[in-house]
Design a binder for this molecule. Structure first.
Ligand code: PRP
Ligand code: ZN
Length: 283
């Protein structure tokens, strides 16, 4: 049994639950709300505050965890970084009152900065030779300058709307962040195996992201030109049709090249083009 610590609510919750579900982990609703087992897969999910996840994984209360990079770096706990998950992207940034003129990081010299991330901020300032007074606040950091508690803040910025509504502006990115998969350093062989299976499933989901499955009918005489437009994973699948002059072609394309590729296919005489989403891909 592998125990996964996830955020009980907040920034990472929705996407974490979606990832687990896509990986085939369906949770049993139970009497216990903080620890749920999964159907048909030897994992259980422990719901925690994000701040508590790095330590829980480091000390073995949980075997692995899905946590924001901000919390992982700040807590400096001895948990192993297994994989960057690529979702819940945001940044830990320094922000100052909107109307202040800003000429560089020297602005912070002698200033008071409110944050929930003192370790990360301290290292950032030290590396730049800036001495500032760090005030640790656990929540609502963004209101500190407005009520005269600090000159600036260092906090998570995602859309930036929290800064705007508090008349602040972002001036330095301290740490770009995303969701991370972390693990205890002393997992048993059995737990490693479950983790490997989970990683295999996560990777299949990530690989499929941004890819589409394309099916089309192609005139046989233009087949070579059409195949050239379709890079595919190895080579496209070509199957005969009842009409001898036509074949059916199937392939995978990257979503970012979608319109470009479809345009070329049409001009090469492709017909009946079907584009389907791909849920998972095992290479
Ligand atoms: C952060 C931060 C802001 C908000 C910024 O809190 O403290 O309140 O997100 O997001 P925005 O740029 O989209 O407005 P978070 O949701 O991480 O909660 P937590 O600090 O309580 O963990
Ligand atoms: Zn938090």
């Amino acid at each position: 049994m592998l125990r996964i610590a996830v955020q009980s609510k907040g920034r990472l919750y929705d996407e974490t639950m979606m990832l687990l579900e896509e990986a085939g982990i369906k949770l049993n609703r139970g009497k216990r709300i903080l620890l749920l087992s999964a159907k048909g897969f030897p994992v259980e999910v422990l719901f925690l505050r994000d701040d508590d996840i790095p330590q829980s994984v480091a000390n073995g209360v949980a075997d692995i965890g899905i946590v924001g990079e901000n919390e992982y770096v700040e807590k400096g706990q001895a948990a192993e970084l297994i994989k960057r998950l690529g979702f819940s992207k945001c940044r830990l940034s320094l922000a100052i009152p909107r109307d202040e003129a800003y000429g560089g990081v020297g602005w912070f010299e002698g200033k008071t900065i409110a944050t929930s991330y003192p370790a990360i901020l301290c290292a950032f300032l030290e590396a730049r030779g800036v001495r500032a007074d760090i005030h640790v606040i656990s929540g609502s950091v963004e209101i500190a300058p407005g009520i005269g508690l600090a000159d600036a803040i260092c906090d998570i910025v995602s859309s930036g709307s929290t800064l705007v509504s508090n008349q602040l502006k972002e001036v330095e990115v301290v740490l770009p962040c995303e969701a991370l998969l972390i693990a205890n350093k002393n997992l048993s062989g059995e737990k490693r195996e479950i983790l490997d299976e989970l990683l295999f499933r996560f990777e299949a989901i990530q690989v499929a992201e941004g890819k589409k499955y394309v099916l089309l009918n192609a005139p046989k005489e233009r087949l070579d030109a059409i195949i050239e437009v379709l890079p595919g994973m190895k080579s496209p699948t070509v199957t005969p049709l009842a009409d001898d002059a036509w074949v059916s072609v199937q392939s995978v394309i990257a979503e970012k090249h979608f319109w470009e590729i479809i345009g070329k296919l049409k001009s090469l005489g492709a017909e009946g083009i079907l584009v389907l989403p791909i849920e998972k891909m095992i290479i």
